[in-house]
Design a protein around this ligand. Structure first.
Ligand code: GKR
Ligand code: MG
Length: 420
């Protein structure tokens, strides 16, 4: 079996005005959809970032894969290296983690690796989790990922969303209630770093009161100074499952852990093995949020999991805006990693668009189920792919830029971190 054709299609998916440390989400988030077709008729699917450097990298590699065996993942890595890498200029390093040059190859490799694993599994008639060593869980838990947000009425370019404005505690508890009623999530993550820290902590406390049995996490994306992060930690003691990226830098996180003893988590300061090594030396964070999209694929993330196990670190999973192919890749991976004991992050409830047949994947009791269907278990809806590609061409966005988007609403907004 050889690869006969590879297609990479950039798409734009509608996205609500979610607030974060950098600014606000644009009306569209970008993804790349990858199809790897073999000479005997199998098609494997992958999904990854759609920002220009990653898209360019995928396009540079794709034709070099023709003729390769889909089982030859080392051959894939050699071709990715041979194609060189794109500049990350213009990319928002803060909100698109793993954007540093060291992960450029890993991101391109990962997009194709998932598609090749999907082909391998389909040709063998087994699910992807079986290729990864077998599922230790069939139901993969995700957390309710809450955001402060503007109403979609703020600008006609946003698709109208039913979530409304969420800026205070009552509105946030309402958002959590809807998410939990709809999807059954058993834990909650609050994206913070957007509003005044004392106000965000008040909101978290309101969540604690409303959902006393749900483990809570807060993630200010390094937008709090060390002093602010320590002060908020004093207010948060006892409320948190973990404290995610409150303050910048590994050294800052190490100082925070030393001062507070709170379990710290990150998807910002441990994004490759070099940072992993430094983190072990510093005891900066105790929980690493994995993400196969920038750690170099499903198998590389299993290596990360082994490293976490070896060094006594916890393992969770990070997310950016994404669709169902990514969700299933995340779920097959999480199903096959025994020490991934925290509920994973996902932006999936925030996305209405979908690119797979049958529409949105079900999240029930807070979990995505993995089955024994071959491969990732999802098929591409070509009409939807075409429409979302048209949307990409129409929207004109080629790189995520939450800072410039925020300036439309607050002209004095600047790129500064930590802001508080
Ligand atoms: O979508 O605004 C967002 C998030 O802030 C995202 O960009 C982060 O990468 O979800 C992520 C996180 O956990 O830091
Ligand atoms: Mg985070």
């Amino acid at each position: 079996m050889k690869i006969a054709a590879v297609r990479v299609t950039p798409i734009a998916i509608s996205d609500p005005p979610l607030l974060n440390a950098s600014g606000v989400h644009e009306p569209y988030a970008l993804r790349s959809i990858i199809e790897v077709e073999t000479d005997n008729g199998y098609i494997g699917l992958g999904e990854t970032y759609g920002d220009k450097p990653v898209l360019d990298g995928l396009i540079r590699v794709k034709d070099a894969l023709v003729g390769l065996s889909p089982f030859d993942l080392n051959g894939l890595w050699q071709r990715v290296l041979a194609a060189g890498q794109s500049s990350t200029q213009g990319i928002e390093l803060d909100v698109a983690p793993g954007s540093q040059a060291s992960s450029a190859h890993h991101k391109v490799f990962s997009g194709f690796e998932v598609a090749l694993l999907d082909v391998q599994a389909r040709s063998l008639g087994v699910p992807v989790h079986e290729l990864l060593g077998g599922a230790v869980r069939r139901q993969v838990p995700f957390s309710a990922y809450l955001f402060f947000k503007y109403s979609s009425d703020i600008d006609p370019s946003y698709r109208r969303d039913p979530w409304g404005e969420v800026l205070d505690a009552e509105q946030l508890v309402g958002q959590a209630r809807t998410m939990i009623e709809r999807y059954g999530f058993g834990s909650i993550k609050l994206k913070a770093g957007a509003l005044d820290p004392d106000h965000e902590v008040e909101c978290l406390k309101a969540l604690k009161l409303a959902f006393p049995d749900h483990p809570l996490r807060i993630d200010p994306n390094a937008n709090w100074s060390l002093d602010t992060a320590i002060r908020m930690a004093q207010r948060l003691q006892g409320d948190l499952e973990y404290y995610e990226d409150p303050t910048p830098g590994l050294e800052g996180m190490a100082a925070l852990h030393k001062a507070t003893g709170l379990p710290l988590a990150t998807n910002m300061v441990v994004t490759d093995m070099d940072e992993f090594r430094r983190n072990v030396a510093l005891n900066g964070v105790q929980i690493v949020l994995s993400d196969h999209h920038y750690w170099g694929g499903l198998r590389a993330t299993q290596v990360l999991a082994t490293m976490c196990d070896t060094f006594g670190l916890g393992l969770s999973m990070h997310s950016n805006s994404h669709l169902g192919i990514s969700l299933m890749a995340m779920s097959h991976l999480a199903a096959a990693v025994p020490n991934l004991t925290y509920a994973c992050d996902t932006h999936y409830p925030w996305q209405d668009d979908e690119v797979i047949k049958g529409g949105k994947i079900a999240i029930e009791n807070g979990c995505v189920s993995v089955t024994d269907a071959p491969g990732l278990g999802v098929e591409l809806d070509r009409d939807a792919l075409g429409a979302l590609h048209e949307q990409y061409l129409r929207c004109g966005i080629t790189n995520r830029d939450d800072v410039s988007q925020m300036r439309k609403f607050r002209p004095d907004w600047t790129r500064v971190k930590p802001r508080f």
